[in-house]
Design a protein around this ligand. Structure first.
Ligand code: AMP
Ligand code: MG
Length: 306
């Protein structure tokens, strides 16, 4: 199954989240088989990231958005586990700092966008400025409603600068969220994830659904598509996201750059160095023998009286 086709939010099409089943797993998939498929996708991603870094002319931006406990952290931990930390960065969008709030809403997104050769994962993103900000009325309607166009222009600019953009909305049901909240509550190793506002945010579920529907509908574009991933089952979420990322990277036309040096000349230098190294080790061995002979003679000589 090609999950890029299946879960793409078609540019320009209406988005109605209640029509999507967050428990979907596809009839051909099962948990056991998925594990080896995910590992294969992860291995492809790692290989392609090596090429992206070596090639140094393009970049990849992965945007992760979701309601609480939908698994953004899990995706980062499982799927990006094999990528070389040299060239892969995660940036988490929290409540804006004083400095961030003093700038336009895209400033911090732009600041952390990937440079050439880099992969950047946004754990939440500039989309918070049309999600939490809209739901909590942190700015007036006249301000947030103009942000969709600004986001589209911003992402188009990144695209023109050779950044491939993938945006994932990890979609869970309220029931699944509650069962994950329960796990957090009962497992001391997860309690640190509990936030004071988990339940007040949950009460705003339908407002968030509206905000997500509009955001996805207005900003899913050919150059920066949204994928809505059924995420009640963690294994399926990881399978779909890893496949979509690997397939997209596959089509970026990444290849090893040509060498900038004269390989024949370097090969000659290498052979010369290799010969010198051999001579040096031979010389060192002979020296070593000479020194041990001297030591032996010294040891067998009768001790001198003072
Ligand atoms: P977490 O992802 O659980 O660490 O929480 C980060 C919090 O920061 C979430 O509640 C976000 O909604 C909030 N946040 C992120 N960006 C913004 C923003 N631009 N304005 C207000 N709150 C934000
Ligand atoms: Mg949270």
């Amino acid at each position: 199954m090609d999950y890029r086709d299946k879960f793409l939010a078609e540019p320009g099409a209406k988005v109605r989240l209640p029509k999507i089943d967050p428990s979907y797993t596809g009839k051909d998939e099962n948990h056991e088989q998925a594990h080896s498929q995910i590992q294969k996708h992860i291995a492809r991603m790692d290989k392609l990231q090596y090429l992206l870094y070596a090639d140094g002319s393009q970049s990849l931006l992965v945007v992760l958005q979701a309601l609480d406990a939908a698994g953004k952290d899990g995706v980062i931990r499982h799927i990006f586990s094999g990528m070389n930390p040299q060239g892969t960065f995660v940036f988490g969008f929290k409540q804006p700092s004083k400095e961030e709030a003093a700038h336009d809403f895209l400033w911090r997104a732009h600041l952390h966008a990937p440079g050439k050769g880099e992969v950047v994962i946004f754990n939440r993103s500039h989309y918070e400025d049309v999600l939490v900000v809209r739901v909590h009325k942190l700015v007036p309607h006249s301000v947030w409603s103009k942000r969709y166009d600004l986001i589209n222009d911003f992402e188009m600019m990144l695209r023109r600068n050779h950044t491939t953009i993938l945006k994932f909305f990890l979609y869970i049901s309220p029931g699944e969220q509650l069962s994950r909240f329960k796990q957090r509550l009962n497992d001391p190793s997860r309690q640190w994830k509990i936030s004071d506002n988990d339940y007040s945010e949950r009460e705003l579920w339908s407002k968030y659904v509206e905000a997500y529907e509009d955001a996805i509908e207005l900003t899913s574009t050919k150059h920066a598509p949204w994928y809505i991933i059924p995420s009640n089952h963690k294994w399926f979420r990881n399978l779909a996201v890893s496949q979509i990322i690997a397939d997209t990277m596959d089509e970026m036309g990444l290849k090893l750059p040509p060498t900038h040096v004269d390989i024949a000349a370097v090969r000659r230098k290498f052979h010369a160095a290799e010969r010198e190294e051999k001579d040096r080790t031979k010389g060192a061995k002979a020296d070593g023998k000479e020194r041990s002979k001297v030591r032996e003679m010294h040891a067998s000589a009768p001790a001198r009286k003072e």
